[in-house]
Design a protein around this ligand. Structure first.
Ligand SMILES: NC(=O)c1ccc[n+]([C@@H]2O[C@H](COP(=O)([O-])OP(=O)(O)OC[C@H]3O[C@@H](n4cnc5c(N)ncnc54)[C@H](OP(=O)(O)O)[C@@H]3O)[C@@H](O)[C@H]2O)c1
Length: 301
């Protein structure tokens, strides 16, 4: 009998069409890891950037490779040295090859009460990034933060966490997401022609985050008056403007713990925009690559 599973993989770098649903051997938890029966995998832009080979210079991977970092599921194997979690526990976290029936996680936390697997899978990378860049930009309670590209996964988390800390947030998004930004507690305006003037009308800006990489760093520096008060996670032209590019992940265990606390307090909720079957992973990537989003997309094995 085949002791295997279904997983999404790719054997060459390229567009969404290189993704395949295949039979593969089950992975097993190594020291310090757990294995989960995956119930949902979060779709992050980094997944298709890896599929395109964008990180081969800095973080090379060997092909064929699985896809996906974030997941939620049920623990079914505990690696050597792991304590504090038991088979059957519902967890969310980060690992590798998560668009699959089973995946190994290196960081995890228990899913807070009342959260579905599909919702939980959307948090790990998004919350780690949001907490990291809020810390790095150094914005304080009572100050005003501008977020360019605020309706996606990272933006949804940044808006709610900043609001919870007493920071006033101005967010830009497409016309269809203006009401969504307001629901998350932000002052909203559209990107596109004249956006910086629209932001100016709301008053002074103390710090800014560029989440969309849409070529606005010059305007963000002008609005804050200081390149050190601007951080981007998506624009590689940052040095030209004296702006920091934040790309080194912080502590995932700390981020998951803080996410769980915020979720339990009702201070953080990232909506699931759409779910996809494993066989629809290419469609999930195409939709993510469109650059438009409200919350997080999720693949369900
Ligand atoms: N460096 C890091 O550590 C790190 C970590 C995480 C993510 N990232 C990168 O950061 C980016 C955002 O990630 P994400 O997960 O939040 O992506 P996402 O969920 O796909 O969201 C993309 C966002 O960009 C907005 N947008 C599209 N065109 C825009 C424009 N011209 N001006 C302003 N906003 C625009 C979209 O708004 P509408 O839908 O309303 O149009 C949406 O809110 C991705 O490029 C990702 O690769 C980097």
């Amino acid at each position: 009998m085949f002791d295997g599973m279904k997983r999404v993989s790719f054997a060459e770098f390229g567009g969404p069409e290189v993704l395949r649903l295949e039979d593969a051997a089950e992975p097993h938890a190594g020291p310090g890891q757990i294995r989960i029966s995956v119930r949902a995998a979060g779709v992050n832009p980094v997944d298709w950037r890896i599929r395109e080979g964008q990180f081969q210079q800095t973080h090379p991977i060997e092909l064929p490779a699985g896809v996906g970092l974030d997941a939620a599921g049920v623990v079914d194997e505990i690696g050597a040295g792991v304590t504090g979690i038991e088979p059957g526990a519902r967890v969310f976290g980060e690992g590798s090859g998560t668009y699959a029936e089973f995946a190994v996680l290196s960081d995890w936390a228990r899913i807070p009460e009342g959260l579905s697997f599909a919702e939980a899978a959307g948090y790990p990378s998004v919350v780690e990034t949001a907490l990291r860049i809020l810390g790095e930009v150094g914005v304080r309670p009572g100050q005003t933060l501008l977020v360019s590209g605020a309706s996606g996964g990272v933006g949804s988390a940044v808006l709610q966490i900043a609001g919870d800390r007493g920071i006033t947030v101005i967010g830009t998004a497409g016309a269809a997401n203006q009401e969504y930004l307001r629901e998350l507690g932000a002052v909203a305006t559209t990107y596109g022609a004249g956006w910086a003037d629209r932001v100016r009308e709301f008053g002074p800006v103390d710090a800014a985050l560029d989440l969309a990489g849409s070529g606005v760093l010059g305007e963000l520096v002008a609005l804050t008056g200081d390149p050190r008060k601007v951080i981007t996670i998506a624009d590689l032209g940052a040095p030209e403007f004296g702006v920091r590019f934040s790309g080194v992940a912080g502590s995932m265990p700390d981020a998951l713990g803080e996410a769980a606390t915020l979720i339990e307090r009702g201070a953080l909720r990232i909506p699931v925009e759409r779910t996809y079957a494993l066989a629809e992973a290419a469609a999930a990537h195409r939709d993510s690559q469109s650059g438009h989003s409200r919350g997080r997309r999720v693949v369900l094995p």
